[in-house]
Design a protein around this ligand. Structure first.
Ligand code: ADP
Ligand code: ZN
Ligand code: ZN
Length: 802
């Protein structure tokens, strides 16, 4: 047999399968999706078996050195998905495959063989191999075809098991489990009335009423159900059997989760759930867009849809943005589905992440809840995929492979016949437009649970505050309301948007910001040249000394931090108990969670923070949300800036008044009339989306056009520019005349790590040849890129414009 192997060298020349022979001793282990080590030139390197074939076209092939995985890490489905990703995101196959497995197993683990039954029941050949040991190293097996055949048989009969030798053995525990032997009835005939204790234990097992039930030996001893000798007696008679079951590092083992029974659904929830379960029950793929206002009970709909899928014996994947993967969110899933839930996100240690992944891989977990990369959860029978807060930019990976989790979800949904549910209070315009064209099915939940009102939103014009002589970061209105909450013993959230600071210029007097005349995009301030610049088309102008609109000299670039806000807050409200949550205060593992718990317990009056407090929080005592500077993001050089602002304001506002008490929101802004702020104030997503669609149409942006960014960088500015020009003119030649090709222009960050960066933007509607052309371009420059001199990055649906 021959294996086609994708080797672990990410270059154009090695971006294909290489043939290797599979030696007899490895035939049992070598499967498509297994990782292997193979000789490559003078080196030994790792790779993935891609296919197995019974012939090769080559005259001479070298043998595989070793198979690293006892069970393939990639399923057939994931192997195919990798091929799709490699083409669609223009990356190497090996890069796609590597991104699907947790970092911890990219290291080289040892394999071991573990005995699951008593030695006597093994064929003599294997008895000799094991002798008195219960675990042996794979490499201690004799390289003998006959032995290997016995090993294969024994694996099939569950007498032995092949597994990884995990490095930190101290952490990994195995439990000794006991269960009835499959032929216990026959063997039990040998039990005489004299073996009273053994009969008792046997009866105890029968009384469980489940022939497959496995009970930890430690539990029997601890509860004095039986002694060690009695257990041993039944094991020797093949009435009971013993096996080692490994237990995983459980990141949540010191926490218990309150069981949360399903809630009776509201009419809106039921109407949203029915079409989903109609598809899951028929195992049909379909994409739904669940548009439900904050607090409309989307999570309960997810939970009940998942429940149906689990009852069918299928699995579910739930994606949530990393920052809203709060303990509260985890609790709701663990509370409903208990141990069946695996949580996958970056706050876990490498080992914990690996163990959660393995629980999914081994089929011990049925629901994977995690951030973006959980979309690759190696389930074999996916029945439902949910993407909560589907509009989040973080679902797009900003490094190779540059995939969007939504597209991967739909690919897997089609593969498995599983519906995909995209949920949001503020869907991305792309998804909403697709729902409008009935590509996705729109499900709407326009009201909060129990007809609870959405909070009233007050927009405060900070220019007026300045004219009144108030130079503090708090408007009078906000300060008054904060005092009021303090007196009433209710809680407040203060949100400071960190994104977009200091890169844009604004007049503090009239709110004027400079925009590009060609692109409807805010110009970015460049300190070195004291200039304003458009990063899409290259337009530039001098930084004005006075405001072009009102001639005030108060025009400057903008910025303040949470620490400064906290200081000011303590000055004006000395009695307030404040928790500040930002990058600086949450570096320690678990601190994020601890702060939220303290706030939830009422140990603070005000939670002050950045993006990380904007989502997913559900605390009943929050009745006031203050947004300190709503504009900062509005002026990022990104055509999605108004959309992101609307989304964020809606999300933060959604934290107020979620329970019995009515909530209120104060939004402070220098451009209070901006449509994204006004529509957020009125909780009016449909009008926002209509207005924004008009902007997109005029600017030629998604969802009317697709975008692709090509970025070229090189240490020598001339080479970077010349290559970018060549790429751009090639695209102009080969794409249809309908495609708009902008650039090359200097990238917003013109130089990173001493490399000069140029970019080219492609706007298009229908270019079936595009990925092929881009892949050709990548191959064309492979020699230069392999030498690390020239970088060409191709980003198919860019979310970030740096
Ligand atoms: P969303 O995710 O849409 O913002 P949540 O799922 O967090 O909303 O629900 C808001 C609150 O309403 C939660 O506290 C939740 O427990 C509660 N809730 C959800 N569904 C129901 C229901 N059918 N009956 C009563 N309470 C519900
Ligand atoms: Zn002005
Ligand atoms: Zn421009």
């Amino acid at each position: 047999m021959y294996a086609k192997v994708i080797v672990d060298i990410a270059t154009g020349q090695t971006n294909r399968a290489f043939d290797y022979q599979i030696p007899a001793s490895l035939e049992m282990l070598a499967r498509p999706g297994s990782r292997v080590t193979v000789p490559f030139g003078a080196r030994k390197i790792q790779g993935f078996i891609w296919r197995i074939e019974d012939k090769t076209e080559l005259a001479r092939v070298k043998p595989i050195t070793d198979v690293l995985d006892p069970h393939p890490v990639l399923t057939q489905e994931l192997l195919e998905l990798g091929e799709y990703l490699a083409v669609e995101t223009v990356c190497f196959l090996i890069t796609a495959y590597q991104s699907m497995i947790p970092a911890a197993i990219r290291a080289k683990p040892k394999k071991k063989i573990e005995l699951l039954v008593s030695t006597e029941t093994l064929p003599p050949v294997l008895q000799a191999v094991f002798q008195k040991q219960t675990t042996i190293d794979w490499k201690d097996l004799p390289d003998d075809k006959a032995v290997m055949q016995h090993v294969q048989e024994a694996v099939r009969h569950e007498q032995i098991r092949i597994d990884y030798q995990v490095k930190d053995q101290t952490k990994k525990q195995t439990k000794r489990m006991l269960k009835l032997h499959p032929e216990h009835r026959t063997h039990a005939a040998s039990l005489t009335a004299k073996a009273k204790k053994q009969l008792e234990l046997y009866d105890w097992f029968l009384s469980i009423g489940d022939e497959e039930a496995a009970v930890p030996a430690a539990q029997l001893l601890h509860e004095q159900t039986a002694s060690r000798a009695v257990i041993q007696g039944l094991v020797e008679k093949n009435i009971l059997m013993e096996r080692n079951q490994e237990s995983y590092r459980d990141p949540f083992e010191d926490r218990s989760f309150e069981a949360t029974p399903p809630q009776e659904l509201t009419r809106d929830q039921q109407r949203a759930l029915d079409p989903i379960t109609e598809k899951t029950s028929r195992e049909k793929h379909h994409t739904f867009l669940l548009h439900g206002v904050t607090g409309s009970g989307k999570t309960e709909v997810y939970l009940q849809a998942i429940d149906r899928v689990l009852q069918q014996g299928r699995e579910a994947i739930v994606l949530v943005p990393e920052i809203s993967l709060t303990p509260q969110m985890v609790e709701r899933f663990k509370g409903r589905f208990g141990d069946q839930v695996a949580v996958m996100h970056s706050a876990l240690s490498r080992g914990e992440r690996y163990d959660e992944w393995r629980r999914v891989h081994a089929g011990d977990a049925k629901v994977a809840v995690g951030a973006r990369s959980a979309i690759f959860a190696p389930f074999k029978n996916v029945g439902l995929i949910i993407i909560d807060e589907e509009h989040e930019g973080s679902y797009k990976q900003e490094d190779h492979p540059r995939y969007h989790a939504r597209e991967v979800a739909i690919w897997r949904g089609i593969y498995h016949g599983a519906p995909v549910v995209l949920g949001s209070a503020t869907p991305s315009l792309e998804s909403y437009a697709r729902a409008g064209r009935e590509v996705y099915q729109l499900l709407e939940m326009p009201e909060r649970i129990n007809q609870k009102q959405l909070p009233a939103i007050d927009v405060v014009d900070m220019r007026d505050e300045l004219h009144k002589g108030n130079r503090s970061v708090f408007s009078e209105t906000l300060l008054e309301k904060l005092k009021d909450r303090l007196e009433k013993g209710e809680q407040s959230i203060l949100f400071l948007n960190r994104r977009g600071y200091s890169s844009f210029v604004m007049c503090r007097s009239c709110g004027y910001t400079a925009e590009c005349p060609h692109c409807e995009i805010t110009l970015t301030y460049h300190q070195t040249k004291h200039q304003l610049k458009c990063h899409y088309c290259g337009y530039e102008e001098a930084m004005p000394a006075t405001c072009p609109s009102c001639e005030s000299e108060q025009i400057r670039y903008f910025g303040t931090g949470t620490q400064k806000v906290e200081e000011e807050l303590t000055k004006v409200l000395p009695e307030a108990r404040i928790i500040r949550m930002d990058m600086d205060t949450t570096t320690k593992k678990g601190s994020h969670e601890q702060m939220l718990r303290r706030f939830g317990n009422g140990e603070a009056d005000i939670l002050l923070g950045t993006q990380m407090i904007a989502k997913g929080l559900d605390f009943p005592m929050i009745t006031l949300v203050g947004v300190l500077a709503a504009d900062t993001m509005l002026h990022l050089p990104d055509f999605r800036a108004p959309e992101r602002t609307f989304q964020l304001l809606t999300q933060v506002s959604g934290r107020a008044g979620r329970d019995k008490l009515q909530g209120e929101v104060v939004i402070q802004s220098y451009s209070p009339d901006h449509y994204s702020i006004q529509f957020a104030k009125n909780h009016d997503y449909p009008s926002f989306s209509r207005h924004e669609m008009g902007q997109r149409k005029r600017g030629g942006y998604p969802p009317y056009y697709y975008l692709t960014m090509v970025n070229v960088s090189h240490e020598e500015i001339g080479v970077a520019l010349k290559t970018a020009e060549k790429v751009t003119s090639r695209l102009r030649e080969e794409l249809s005349p309908q495609a708009k090709i902008l650039g090359p222009t200097v990238s917003p960050i013109a130089r990173i790590k001493d490399r000069y960066r140029y970019q080219c933007m492609i706007k298009y509607r229908d270019e079936p040849e595009l990925t092929k052309i881009l892949n050709d371009i990548a191959v064309h420059y492979q020699k230069e890129t392999a030498q690390d001199k020239l970088f060409i990055t191709i980003d198919m649906y860019p979310q970030l414009f740096l």
